[in-house]
Design a protein around this ligand. Structure first.
Ligand code: PLP
Length: 412
């Protein structure tokens, strides 16, 4: 590479300010290297990462088998279009299907794209008169126009209308409300098994089973957006297995390729062929590098026993966060499904994220008050304990700032 990569965080910030569209709120930190659950910035500061890659780095940063597979593949065949067969893509599809349900895969590059494919497949399969898709308020399905229309959160639609027609929004966790919205034009019910961006909202298995029954009764397709819950996040391969309720179509991305971009839709065998030749495509979908990384990701999870490790780590998080919640009355609730964790506060959590960053811990805050942790499956016990104690310190600092504002106010 001819461009030197030795800029400070401050210099990088200036570079972005001039040349990169400011559509993200970015922290003033230039991350340069990662290993497992640790990342470093250009100043050499070390951070413990409880939110690696927004959930994409479920195996931690730079998982060795994925690194090796990508290095090997990039020197062999970087890209071939989907007008050719390519064994790796076929093997990857087989491995995903063998770990989920009997179906077929379509590959793409992101979660939004996987959801676009699911929306199109549902409409094509159900025929021209049945096009409506019921989605849940507070859900999140991505930023492309179809996925955005499926996302029932007005704040993400503001200024972008008109939205793609044909989506009907229902209050979450209420079967009667969903049933009321079903009519002759309804094609599918689409939701995240656990709302992630919506604040780690975990349903009961009975609710998801109820949706399954409604779908069966009315001949609708049940689509699970598993972009965040899939790939081992809950301690099961896929979130639907955590609840024991099988969808007709499932979408995957984020952790699918161990940190490399990749997305997929898996559809039941009876449905999948409705996405017939010529009706959908993705130039880079299922490319050799993504396929090699995706296969290496599945192999790593199996070879390292990471589903079991995720469960053990989830139990440790539950214990530590339970202790923290007992000591901290400002924690309203801890919600957790495996390594998908939300800590609901009774105040704005964004300053807690900054206080954690100052102490070398990376976390996220969603829906204003929910601290979100999506740690790697292979994080170790010492890192969990250390991170929770940093979180406790950060919470203490913020709570004392909020509860004693007069002590900080200048005296008059
Ligand atoms: C459940 C869910 N679906 C879809 C998406 C969109 O994925 P992407 O950003 O890869 O398009 C996200 C991203 O956070 C997500 O959490």
């Amino acid at each position: 590479m001819t461009i030197p990569s030795n800029m400070s965080s401050q210099e990088t910030e200036k570079l972005f300010a001039k040349y990169v569209i400011p559509n993200y709120r970015r922290y003033p930190v230039n991350l340069v290297r990662g290993e497992g659950s640790v990342v470093w910035d250009s100043e050499g500061n070390e951070y413990l990462d409880f939110f690696p890659g927004w959930g994409c780095n479920l195996l931690g940063h730079c998982p060795p088998r994925v690194v090796e597979a990508v290095q090997r593949q990039v020197a062999t065949l970087i890209h071939v279009p989907n007008t050719w067969h390519m064994e790796l893509q076929g093997q990857w599809a087989k491995m995903l299907v063998e770990r989920s349900f009997d179906g077929q895969a379509f590959f793409c590059n992101s979660g939004a794209e996987a959801n676009e494919a699911a929306i199109k497949l549902a409409r094509l399969h159900q025929g021209p008169d049945r096009y409506k898709i019921i989605t849940m308020q507070g859900g999140f399905h991505g930023r492309t126009m179809g996925a955005l229309a499926a996302t029932a959160q007005p704040k993400y639609h503001a200024g972008l209308g008109p939205m793609v027609a044909g989506f009907v929004y229902s209050p979450p966790f209420d079967l009667n409300e969903v049933e009321k919205r079903i009519d002759d034009t309804t094609a599918a019910i689409m939701l995240e098994p656990i709302q992630g961006e919506g604040g780690v909202q975990i349903p009961t298995a009975e609710y998801l089973q109820g949706l399954r029954s409604l779908a069966d009764e009315h001949n609708l397709l049940l689509i699970f957006d598993e972009v965040q819950t899939g790939g081992g996040r809950t301690g099961e391969w896929f979130g639907y297995q955590y609840f024991g309720v099988q969808p007709d179509i499932m979408t995957l991305a984020k952790s699918l390729c161990g940190g490399i971009a990749g997305g997929a839709m898996i559809a039941r065998r009876a449905i999948a062929p409705s996405l017939r030749a010529g009706m959908h495509a993705s130039t880079f979908g299922g490319n050799p590098i993504a396929a090699a990384a995706g296969i290496a990701t599945l192999e790593t999870i199996e070879a390292d026993g990471l589903l079991a490790q995720a469960k053990a780590n989830a139990a440790r998080f539950a214990e530590r966060l339970g202790e923290l919640a007992e000591q901290c009355p400002h924690i309203r609730e801890v919600r957790q499904a495996g390594l998908m964790i939300g800590v609901e506060l009774d105040f704005d959590g964004s300053e807690v994220v900054t206080a954690c960053l100052d102490r070398g811990l990376l976390i996220n805050c969603t829906h204003t008050t929910v601290l979100r942790l999506l740690p790697a499956m292979n994080i170790n016990a010492e890192q969990i304990d250390r991170g929770i104690s940093i979180l406790a310190d950060a919470l203490t600092e913020r709570i004392s700032a909020i509860t004693q504002p007069e002590s900080l106010a200048p005296s008059t």
